[in-house]
Design a protein around this ligand. Structure first.
Ligand SMILES: [Zn+2]
Length: 558
């Protein structure tokens, strides 16, 4: 499938490509819009990436000094481009209250005590990671361990791993992802649904009264290596204050090798346990193991900010509606306990998206005519903490969610040169897909389908927070085929990034980065956004889509 597609897209690009032309004329946009779009400047994106990923910004940790500096700076840029503030009380900022939780790695203790045999004592970071979601400084767990397979209850797929068993006060051992299948009507086939995400697993465990949940990490099932888990859980994690949902005393992961040892101590075989979980008739297995855990955490209440700006629409009636562009500005901050370079600069992730967001803001603001609907720009915080800034934005939008036609999100746009493919996964689920296809053609990019729908990327960036409240939303990114290179080159660049820089201190700015890519997907998003801002109808979801219900609920409030 992949190979066939690659051959096809090469043929298409060579037919349509015009040598030396990197900004194809867009015949459907008014002259004022085309001029504004063509002023989008890859070197300005470079300047933003260079600034935001400098060591001085300390990795833009949520609620850390560097993150605050980034927010202030982004607001200044919006202001200097002549945008209006769209945050709280006439400011560019939306204030959000959080708890920051850092697990005390030295004093936290974790062991599995089998009925017979010695305890298995785990070492933080190497063997396990865990966070206390209850924002207590100390929580003690002494509870039986129950294996619950995938930990999913999905009535629409006639799937229930829990079978009504009482799990109050217990610790649940579970698998990441969802039962494997190629059947599109069963957990969307190979594609990951929200049931497969770790966030769902912890939410479901807490709803059932469990005190803890432990996910078994297997690289192929999680779609990312242990280092990503370890680095994401190694520093401070944030939670929105004032949330009513139940929380776990310990939400964690263990390494595959630890799980194998644990199964053995319980007199089981891990592969068999994993295989049993793929059946509908699976029932939770009480293991002859007691979990003894003392979670010691540093709890830091703090606030952080989304930065929101607006370009008012030109139509007296439609200007109360909007489209929104989003990009997270936070990254992983500093991890003071790690030796060597411990600043997670986040150049690609997501200073690139911020550079694009600011260029879009500048372009719309400088356009001599404005689109009918208003345009919002939100640089959101706490994405790396579980999409929290955008969650707050979705629940407190500057324009009611039912009046937001579309969210286009930018996250991690690799500066590799001129892309010949655009990735818009999730766009096919919305009513504007024909427009997306038309724009892709005008920009001489083929639409690259999600080559790993099983990784569930749709649920892993900020557009998902807007989709949850019904707003048609997706991210815009580039595919791996770049001008002057074959597909293998781009795929190797992607692999190299994931293996050596993604969520690591080495995601740093380099002079040889080529931001043509970022400017091109920015222009694509500009043209698409402009057209949607001027269309007769608000965008919607395709009938039967998982977010259609949320859209209808919010529209009923109109
Ligand atoms: Zn990101």
């Amino acid at each position: 499938m992949r190979t066939l597609f690659a051959v096809f897209s090469l043929a298409v690009t060579s037919l349509f490509a015009i040598p030396g032309q990197s900004s194809p004329a867009n015949n459907d946009l008014p002259t004022a819009a085309q001029q504004a779009m063509n002023a989008i400047d890859s070197e300005k994106i470079r300047a933003t990436v260079k600034y935001l990923s400098d060591d001085k910004l300390e990795g833009r940790g949520t609620g850390q000094k560097g993150g605050d500096t980034a927010a202030d700076w982004i607001a200044q840029q919006f202001k200097s481009y002549g945008l209006q503030p769209a945050g709280d009380n006439g400011t560019f900022f939306q204030n959000i209250k959080f708890y920051g939780i850092t697990t005390d790695q030295k004093n936290t203790q974790f062991s599995f005590v089998p009925k017979s045999g010695g305890p298995i004592t785990l070492k933080f970071a190497d063997d396990f990671v865990a966070t206390d979601e209850t924002h207590s400084e100390k929580s003690v767990i002494n509870a039986p361990l129950v294996y619950v397979g995938y930990g999913i209850n999905a009535p629409e797929y006639q799937w229930d791993d829990y079978k009504g068993i009482d799990l109050k006060g217990k610790v649940l051992l579970m698998l990441v992802n969802e039962p494997p299948s190629d059947d599109p009507n069963f957990f969307k086939g190979k594609a990951l649904t929200y049931y497969g995400r770790w966030t769902y697993k912890y939410e479901e465990a807490a709803r059932r009264g469990a005190v803890g949940a432990i996910l078994i990490h297997k690289t192929e099932m999680a779609s990312y290596p242990w280092e990503v888990v370890r680095n994401s859980w190694g520093g401070e994690s944030s939670f929105l204050q004032n949330e009513k949902d139940p929380k776990l005393k310990s939400a964690g992961w263990i390494q595959l090798a630890v799980a194998q040892k644990l199964a053995q101590a319980a007199g089981k075989d891990l592969d068999t346990l994993m295989k049993d979980a793929t059946s509908r008739s699976f029932k939770p297995v009480e293991l002859p193991i007691t979990v003894k855990e003392t979670m010691v955490s540093k709890v830091r209440p703090f606030s952080s900010r989304n930065v929101i700006a607006k370009v008012a629409g030109s139509d007296a009636r439609l200007k109360d509606q909007a489209i929104i562009y989003t990009a997270h500005y936070d990254h992983l901050g500093i991890h003071p306990n790690e030796p060597g370079d411990n600043i997670y600069n986040g150049a690609a992730d997501n200073a690139t998206g911020c550079g694009i967001l600011l260029e879009l803001a500048r372009a719309y603001s400088s356009a001599k005519e404005k689109p009918k609907r208003s345009i919002l720009f939100a640089a959101v915080t706490a994405e790396e903490q579980g999409l929290l800034g955008s969650k707050y934005l979705g629940e407190h939008p500057p324009v009611p969610a039912h009046n937001i036609s579309l969210d286009l999100n930018y996250d991690d746009i690799q500066p590799f040169g001129e892309p010949q493919q655009v990735v818009v996964s999730g766009a096919e689920r919305t009513t504007i897909y024909p427009l997306v296809e038309k724009e892709a053609k005008e920009f001489e990019m083929s639409i690259q389908p999600d080559d790993r729908p099983e990784a569930g990327h749709y649920y892993r960036s900020d557009h998902f927070s807007l989709a949850r409240v019904g707003v048609p939303a997706f991210s815009v990114n580039e595919g791996p085929l770049f001008k002057g290179h074959d597909l293998a080159w781009g795929e190797e660049k992607d692999r190299d990034y994931v293996a050596h820089r993604y969520h690591q201190p080495s995601d740093e700015y380099k002079e040889d980065m080529d931001f043509t890519a970022d400017a091109k997907v920015a222009k694509f998003g500009f043209a698409l956004g402009w057209e949607v801002a001027n269309s007769a109808e608000l965008a919607g979801w395709q009938p039967g889509d998982e977010f259609e219900k949320a859209r209808k609920q919010s529209a009923a409030l109109r």
